[in-house]
Ligand binder design. Structure first.
Ligand code: MAN
Length: 547
């Protein structure tokens, strides 16, 4: 039957005897001691392309039954390069049956399956070279060499994992201790807070008690001073008013009359150069004359600013340009030029001094510096003591209040830390408060675990937040293998920036890479001993069935 079957790949159709030899390499179980793997291993011989798993189906002492049961053939038709079985299982080591897989045992390295169409195609696919047995090409067995390289890598990896594991043990112990310490500190602070809170309330009561008499005494002092000031002002106004009265009372008859008012241009409301009777009357208080008493009580308060202003003006140097239509006021050729500013000032000062001595000053210049007389006198001794006592009580209250505020801040911080998930065994606790940086061509990236991720352009520009700590984000069976940071700076025309931090086992805490697979969605890779949760054998072996 096999002779009539189509030969799928054809090239070895006439080499049945050769295949037989290949097929029966023997069923001897060899005991191989591999010095390399330092372990005892066995090599189980079987038809080419058959995995150890399928070995029991290929018993050369019996006819072969296709694995789908579709046919039974003499065993010497296995791997004879004719496809006898519908499921192709009679040709595990040739390319005779379509869509089959060839199993390279790759002794010394990792087994591999390749499409059986690649068997004897002139390319070495398996490191043991068994896929090219036709002689078309000579493939060297490179499996042991490759195995040695891989093993070396695995050994190094194992060393890292185991060292990381040891470090993790310390992290776990420290993390748990830290959590316990924080718990204890929180309780102590809560108790302390009650004490300082009580002290604060006492200090507040003492402050209020000290401030009440202080305020009373200070208010009394200020009120007395206000009264003194008011009396002085009244006296000043009386003096100024009396002087003004005598100036206005041109004929000295003890009355200021309308016509006398009319000689004073300050009452020229419409500024037409003439004080009309009506204008004078308005300012005099709707009467035709006033005596000194009435002038002081009724007229002077109304006109003093106006009168004062005109007097001030009169002090100014004469205007250079004569008033329009008033030739008398034009400066004559002989008029001496106004004195230089400095001289003028000196003169004014002298005048003022003289003035001070001679007559009461009606010129209450608002811009004049205050004299000692205008300064409120010192508090009396008793008030001073009350102020000192209140100052002390205020300082004590401020101090007590600060203690409460400080303790509140510490409590908040501890509660936040205790509320944070630092891993199944608090192994990530030590990362809290630290930051790790990585520079790429364009940016400096920063990861501050349990706080935020950020990005700063290396060539100027401000920091951009790439997300704030949100939660652990690993898969259900490995929750603590990834972190999620969200609600970062908004991306123009896009979402808020966010970052996923993928954790791997390593013997130091290090930010390994930062990328942006989608716009404004970042991925950081971070290695840490906290991720080295399992120990591995220091002398690793391949999980290889073909050793
Ligand atoms: C900045 C950086 C980039 C980001 C763009 C989006 O340039 O934050 O990472 O892709 O903004 O506009």
């Amino acid at each position: 039957m096999a002779e009539t079957m189509p030969c799928v790949r054809g090239i070895l159709c006439n080499f049945r005897p050769f295949l037989y030899r290949e097929m029966f390499l023997g069923l001897l179980v060899l005991h191989i001691v591999s010095p390399f793997y330092n372990t005892a291993a066995v090599e189980i011989l079987r038809p080419r392309g058959v995995s150890l798993l399928h070995k029991p189906f290929y018993d050369e002492s019996k006819p072969f039954t296709c694995l789908d049961g579709s046919a039974t053939i003499p065993f010497d038709q296995v791997n004879d390069d004719y496809c006898d079985c519908k499921d192709g299982t009679d040709e595990p080591g040739t390319a005779a049956c379509p869509n089959m897989m060839y199993y390279c045992s790759n002794k010394g390295f990792t087994p591999k399956t390749i499409p059986s169409s690649r068997v004897n195609d002139g390319i070495c696919d398996c490191c043991d070279g068994t896929d090219e047995y036709s002689g078309l090409i000579l493939c060297q067995d490179k499996c042991r060499e490759m195995g040695a390289v891989e093993l070396e890598q695995r050994k190094k990896q194992a060393e890292v994992i185991n060292k990381g594991f040891q470090m993790r043990q310390t992290l776990v112990a420290d993390g748990k201790q830290t959590m316990q310490d924080r718990e204890a500190k929180l309780n102590a602070l809560k108790e302390e807070k009650q004490v300082v809170e009580t002290k604060k309330q006492e200090a507040q009561a003492a402050k209020e008690a000290a401030e009440a008499p202080e305020k009373e005494a200070v208010d009394k002092h200020k009120q007395a001073w206000d009264e003194v000031k008011a009396a002085r002002e009244q006296e000043r106004q009386k003096e100024a008013g009396t002087v003004a009265f005598s100036e206005l009372d041109l004929d000295g008859d003890g009355l200021v009359k309308l016509e006398e008012f009319q000689t004073h241009l300050e009452f020229d409301d419409d500024v037409d150069g003439e004080v009309t009777e009506d204008e004078a009357k308005t300012h005099l208080g709707d009467v035709t004359e006033v005596d000194l008493d009435r002038f002081l009580t009724e007229t002077w308060p109304e006109i003093k600013d106006l009168y004062q202003g005109e007097k001030d003006k009169a002090k100014e140097p004469p205007a250079e340009v004569p008033a329009k239509g008033d030739p008398d006021l034009a400066p004559s050729e002989e008029t001496p030029p106004p004195p230089p500013a400095e001289e003028e000032e000196e003169r004014e000062e002298e005048e003022e001094e003289e003035h001070d001595d001679d007559e009461p000053d009606i010129d209450v210049d608002k811009d004049e510096p205050k004299t000692d007389e205008d300064e409120m006198p010192d508090y009396d001794e008793e008030t001073k003591q009350l102020i000192s006592a209140a100052d002390l009580a205020r300082a004590e209250y401020t101090e007590a209040n600060k203690k409460v505020t400080d303790i509140d801040a510490q409590i908040r911080q501890l509660e936040k830390q205790l509320g944070t998930d630092f891993g199944a065994e608090a192994e990530y606790s030590s990362l809290d408060g630290q930051c790790f940086e990585l520079e790429t061509k364009e940016y400096k990236y920063k990861l501050c675990p349990f706080d935020k991720c950020s990005q700063s352009p290396k060539h100027g520009g401000s920091e951009t937040t790439l997300g704030r700590w949100e939660s652990w984000a690993g898969p259900e069976d490995n929750k603590y293998s990834a972190m999620k940071y969200t609600k970062g700076q908004n991306c123009w025309n896009g979402p808020d920036r966010s970052t996923e931090v993928r954790m791997t086992c390593g013997i130091e805490n290090k930010l390994l890479s930062a990328s942006e697979p989608n716009r404004c969605e970042y991925v950081f890779e971070f290695e840490t001993p906290a991720m080295c949760a399992k120990e591995v054998p220091n002398n690793p072996e391949f999980s290889h069935e073909e050793l």
